[in-house]
Design a protein around this ligand. Sequence first.
Ligand SMILES: *[C@@H]1O[C@H](CO)[C@@H](O)[C@H](O)[C@H]1NC(C)=O
Ligand SMILES: *[C@@H]1O[C@H](CO)[C@@H](O)[C@H](O)[C@H]1NC(C)=O
Ligand SMILES: *[C@@H]1O[C@H](CO)[C@@H](O)[C@H](O)[C@H]1NC(C)=O
Ligand SMILES: *[C@@H]1O[C@H](CO)[C@@H](O)[C@H](O)[C@H]1NC(C)=O
Length: 476
Amino acid sequence: MTRSLILLIVMTIRAGFGRQIYTILRYEAVYAKYTSKFGSFHPTKATNYSKEIMASFSVEEFIGNGILKELLQKLLEEGWDDVPTLKIMSSEDMDLLYMTQKQKDALGIRSYLHDRGLMQYADKMEDCGKTLAELLNISTVDLGTQFEMKRGHIARFIDRTRFDDSFKLRAIAARRRFSMKMHREDSIPKSVGSNSSNSIMRSHARSNPASDRSIEQSIADMKIKDGYVFKGIVGAGPAEPRACGCVNPPPISDQVAPYSAIENISVQKLTPEYKIGMEPLVKTKAPPLKASELWSDKPALFLCLRRPGCIMCRAEAHQVYSRKAMFDALGVQLFTILHEHIESEVKDFWPRYWGGVVLLDRGRDFYKALGGGKLPKEKFLAGFLLNPRALSNFKRAKATEFEYNFKGEGEIKGGLFLVGSGKSGIAYQFIERNFGDWAPLAEVIEICTQMKPFTKVQLVELSFYQNTMFFFLGAE
Ligand SMILES: *[C@@H]1O[C@H](CO)[C@@H](O)[C@H](O)[C@H]1NC(C)=O
Ligand SMILES: *[C@@H]1O[C@H](CO)[C@@H](O)[C@H](O)[C@H]1NC(C)=O
Ligand SMILES: *[C@@H]1O[C@H](CO)[C@@H](O)[C@H](O)[C@H]1NC(C)=O
Ligand SMILES: *[C@@H]1O[C@H](CO)[C@@H](O)[C@H](O)[C@H]1NC(C)=O
C-alpha cells in the first residue's frame, strides 16, 4: 500500500483557496529548508562489542527482547514500522498506542543510544529501571562500573550537544503530519466527520501548474551559500596531486547527465522497503523493472554504491536512511543501487545499514551516467592508498564502528542522483570523486525541497463546518 498523506487545511471561507493550498505546500518546503544542519558520526575508540546491533535499522534489534517486544504487532499495524520513524515518536504518539511509562522510557533510551551507535548497552540500561534523564545524571565512573561502558563510549553517551536535536524535533513535526492519516478518525473533529451532510464535493485537483516547470530550470541559478551558485552537480573537493604529483586523479564529468542517460535503464529489485518482520530478500527473482517507473509520480533519490560491504558506503547509506522521516515528509523516495549481485552481501547490508529498497543495475547504467557515459573507475592503489582524501574518508567512516569486508568489485565509483518526478529530469547528481566521498546531505535536502513534493495532490473531501472550510488533501 502506498503511504498517503492527508493534509487537513483549515481556513475561513473568506480566504482564496488556491493560495492556501500553495501556502501549505510551501510550508513543507520551508520546514525542510531549515533542517540543513546535521549531526555527523563521531570519532571513537576501537571496541570489542557486538557491532551488529550498534546502529542497525532492523526493528527487532532496535526493540530488543525487553518491555517493548510485546508492542511489535501494534507498532506494525499503526505504521511505526521502521527505525527512523520509531525514533521520532512523540509522547502523544505513544499515548495513542497506550504505551506504559516504562515502555516510553525504554523507547527514549533506545532512540538516544541508536543516535550514538551505542545500542549494545540498551538492554542493560532499559533493565535498570531508570529514565534517560536519570541515566544522563549518573557519574561517568558509575556508567563504567554499572554498564561496563568503555571510556570512548561514555564520552559519546554524555555528549548531548553533538547531535542536532532540532532536526529531530522538526522531523517529529513532519511525522505528526503523516500520522494524521493514521489517526484521522481521532484527529478530525467527530462533529465534522459525522455531520458531513454539507460535504459539497469529491473531486480531483492537480497541484499548481508551476510544478510542471522542469526542475533543472527552476534550480539552475539557485544560491545555497553566499557566492555559491548551484550548478546541479557536485564532485567532492577539487582533486589534489597524489604521491608527489606522480599520480594524476582521473577527470570527472562536470555536466549533469541528461535525462536520456537514465530514462531507459532497467533495474531489478533485490529487497523491498523494510518493515517489521519482513523477509530479508525478495524471495522469487523479481522481474526487471524500468527505473523510470520509480519516479513516474514522485521524486526519487538513488544512492549508487561502490560496494555494499565497504564501510564508507555503509556509513553513507546509514546516514541517508537515518533521515528517512524527513525524506518521507518531502515526498522523496529512497533507493540504493548496486552494480553487482552478491546475495550474502545484500543480506548483510539490508536492513542493518539501509532499510529502503535495494536495486540491482546490471548494466551499470546509472554508474555510466555518473561518469558521463563511461564507467568511473579507479584502481585501489592510486585511488585509495595514495589518495589522502580517500584515506581520511575511510577514517571518518571507521568512526561509526561498523563492520566491513572486501568482497566484490570495489573500483567502480558511485554517487547520488536526485531525479524529479515524471520526465522532469535529474535535479542533482553527486560523483564520488575520491573513494568514500559523501554527497553533502544538507545540499541534498535543500534540493529535495525544490522538487515539489506533492506531484499529485488530490482533494479528497471538502466540507464546511461553522463557517470554516475543511480540505482533506491526499498526496501519494
Ligand atoms: C573481545 O571479545 C572476545 C570474544 O567475544 C573476547 O574473548 C575477548 O576477551 C574480548 N577482548 C576484550 C579486550 O574485551
Ligand atoms: C542528579 O543527581 C543529583 C545528585 O547526584 C541529584 O541531586 C539530582 O536530583 C539528580 N537529577 C535528576 C534529574 O535525577
Ligand atoms: C451532529 O449530528 C448530531 C446528530 O447526528 C447532532 O446531535 C449534533 O448536534 C450535530 N452537530 C452539529 C455541530 O451540527
Ligand atoms: C528510450 O526508449 C524510448 C522508447 O522505447 C525511445 O524512444 C528513446 O529513444 C530511448 N532513449 C534512449 C536514450 O535510448
